[in-house]
Design a protein around this ligand. Structure first.
Ligand SMILES: Nc1nc2c(ncn2[C@@H]2O[C@H](COP(=O)(O)OP(=O)(O)O)[C@@H](O)[C@H]2O)c(=O)[nH]1
Ligand SMILES: [Mg+2]
Length: 461
């Protein structure tokens, strides 16, 4: 019988000798590999917090040998030499230190108002043969982009004319739950004189009224807000000079109406000057897609909010998966490699373990429409839950949690059974989201985040 231990030692000796020859040769052996990962999601879905956690967790695991991510098999700690963060050329660096400082002050990271990027470079140890089988590279590079979620919801506008967009936006506003937040805007439009020629004053008042509707809907948990770019000060588009709004169909159906003409022009300007360059620069080709979904906002408000989220995800599915349509179909689909998309429900620490099965089932239900858009393509879908930080603690019963609220009270709450599908939720039912304050001991709680190993494993597969 072959002595496995001896033969492994022999191979190791041989490899070590080779490795000692010159660094150059070693580099030749292990080619670099860049993983382009798109972690996307709507506004407030937990992207910035997840990136903060991702960087922190990997750094602690690899440099401080903290035993987090126990289930991460593809990247054993002893094979990792170092983890470093580098800037991506032409992009603002991800403000990890600012975010950590916020957490240090028990505040959540500030909302993202522009695009940030970073490369996470995991340098592997240059010895050992086993490594070669696991990861045949000396460095594994991950590139991540963080941007306001409001931008992603604008991308489908690229495929619409002004009147198409206007009509669909109008139809959405007269349906619940948007209708409720659109009352003041609709009243404003009703009293607006569309016969009068546009001038800077009446144009500004109309755009401002529409923007107030967008702001109110955002606070009300509505996910499809177009143009979301009007809400983000870091957007390179001046809505004050080139703003537009959806118009009642009686106006958009009249091609001679001066408002229709003006807003069609502004809409084109928005697409050409802002959205097209944004798409090219920010939403690049990626090997893998992770789509973060916050189910708690919908559960907190109403069944109609969840239905609206489901519809939004379905509408955005093409945008999510085809960061760059040509690239994706050329390199992934035609090569008959299976494309991979993970739908990940965030902030899973906001419910007790006993309810996680239902949350996962609800996640699968919410992504149903988005997935069906790809039924004719070979794409593998995964669903799982993560918490970037474990901000709550188990309570005294399986269906309870303990946490510190924004008034600094440490309390225990009991949970109702969550619906496992939107259908199961009653129209008059809602599940308030816990107002959790960032805990003082945020660092161990980040390192103890749930589902992060599953996420890393997915990225490394
Ligand atoms: N309890 C808990 N709350 C989270 C977690 N991640 C995000 N949040 C909450 O969700 C909000 C939005 O997260 P953020 O990362 O800024 O979302 P983004 O807009 O997608 O970047 C935060 O301000 C937190 O209140 C998490 O893992 N656990
Ligand atoms: Mg953000």
């Amino acid at each position: 019988m072959v002595n496995l231990k001896t033969s492994l030692q022999n191979i190791k000796g041989y490899v070590d000798a080779l490795l000692n020859k010159s660094q150059h040769q070693v580099d030749h052996w292990f080619t670099k590999e860049t993983h382009k990962i798109a972690i996307t999601g709507l506004s407030r879905s937990g992207k910035s917090m997840l990136f903060t956690s991702l960087i922190t967790t990997l750094k602690y695991r690899c440099e401080e040998h903290y035993h987090c991510l126990p289930l991460l098999k593809n990247l054993p700690s002893h094979l990792v030499d170092s983890v470093r963060i580098e800037d991506v050329q032409g992009c603002e660096p991800f403000p990890i230190h600012t975010h950590i400082q916020s957490l240090e002050h028990q505040a959540w990271p500030a909302a993202t108002e522009q695009v940030y990027a970073f490369k996470l470079i995991v340098k592997l140890k240059q010895t050992g043969t086993i490594k070669k089988h696991l990861l045949p590279y000396s460095e594994v590079i991950f590139e991540f982009f963080d941007y306001p979620g409001e931008w992603i919801t604008d991308l489908p506008m690229l495929n619409q004319t002004f009147s198409q967009w206007s009509d669909s936006a109008w139809a959405q506003q007269v349906a619940e739950p948007q209708r409720y937040y659109a009352q003041a805007w609709h009243e404003f439009v009703q009293n607006f004189n569309f016969e009068a020629s546009p001038n800077p004053e009446n144009r500004a008042s109309l755009v401002q009224a529409y923007r107030r509707y967008l702001q109110a809907s955002k606070l009300g948990g509505i996910s499809l807000l177009q143009p979301g770019s009007f809400l983000i000060s870091g957007s390179g588009f001046n809505w004050k000079t080139h703003g537009f709004t959806p118009l009642p169909t009686k106006v958009t159906s009249d091609s001679t109406n001066p408002w229709n003409q003006l807003f069609s022009e502004h809409y084109q300007h928005f697409l050409m000057q802002w959205l097209t360059p944004l798409k090219t620069a920010t939403f690049q080709a990626s090997d893998k897609q992770v789509i973060l979904i916050d189910l708690f906002e919908g559960l907190n408000h109403s069944k109609q909010h969840l239905l609206q989220l489901k519809e939004t995800l379905s509408k955005l599915s093409q945008t999510f998966v085809y960061g760059n349509a040509n690239w994706f179909s050329k390199h992934v689909l035609r090569k008959s490699t299976i494309g991979k998309v993970a739908f990940v429900a965030t902030k899973s620490d906001l419910i007790p373990d006993a309810q996680k099965e239902n949350l996962l089932a609800l996640l699968k239900d919410i992504t149903e429409g988005a997935r069906s858009q790809f039924s004719h393509k070979e794409i593998e879908f995964e669903h799982f839950l993560v918490s970037a930080i474990q901000a709550t603690d188990p309570g005294t019963s399986p269906n309870s949690l303990r946490y510190t609220n924004t008034d600094n009270q440490h309390i225990e709450v009991q949970f109702e059974t969550l619906p496992s599908s939107v259908k199961q939720m009653k129209s008059d039912e809602n599940f308030p989201t816990l107002p959790v304050k960032v805990p003082k001991d945020y660092l161990p709680r980040i390192l103890n985040g749930r589902g992060m190993d599953r996420l890393f494993q997915y990225l490394l597969e």
